[in-house]
Write a protein that binds this ligand. Sequence first.
Ligand SMILES: [Zn+2]
Length: 203
Amino acid sequence: MFESEIKPDDRSVNLKRRAFLVTSASVVGGLAVWSLRRPRLAQATASKETPQEVTIVQFSDAGERLKTVQAPKVLKSEEAWRKQLPAGVFDITRHADTEIAFTGKYWNLHDRGLYRCVCCDNALFSSETKFDSGTGWPSFWAPIAPENVRSTADKSYGMVRTAVSCTECDAHLGHLFDDGPEPTHLRYCMNSASLRFVAYKTT
Ligand SMILES: [Zn+2]
């Protein structure tokens, strides 16, 4: 009598427990699927919505230093750059090609102004550090702000050189050599095609 009374309860307890276990298993299973999917989703979100931040110094078109900012790196597809840039500029800035010496727009320009990145408008050089290197490429002894350009080792064509690129968008700008004039003895040998000159307004 006592036993028969307790058995249904036991059964119902067992049933409840089984139901709970089934539910738990499906929750665990769901979690496993969710956690398997999650890294891929997180990665996609990271590359699309939170691109890498870089530190750059902003300048006005008058060459006035404005402020240092954290800016998202400019990331565009190969196709987007190809649409935005003329073919020669695309090859130089996005594929590290080099323009033929004495053919660019700026090697012989002596006007006062600012040289911005042709791809993203980041300020790169000022006419104040431009000098006549005799190479046929616009040459500078310093960038407008060290934050705004980046130097990396370039071992292409069997040479070891230092490539210079735009911090904000990774555009290839040219190469850096140590045979420049005072005060830095550096020579930033740039492609005109990578630059956009903005003349200082004379007031
Ligand atoms: Zn740029």
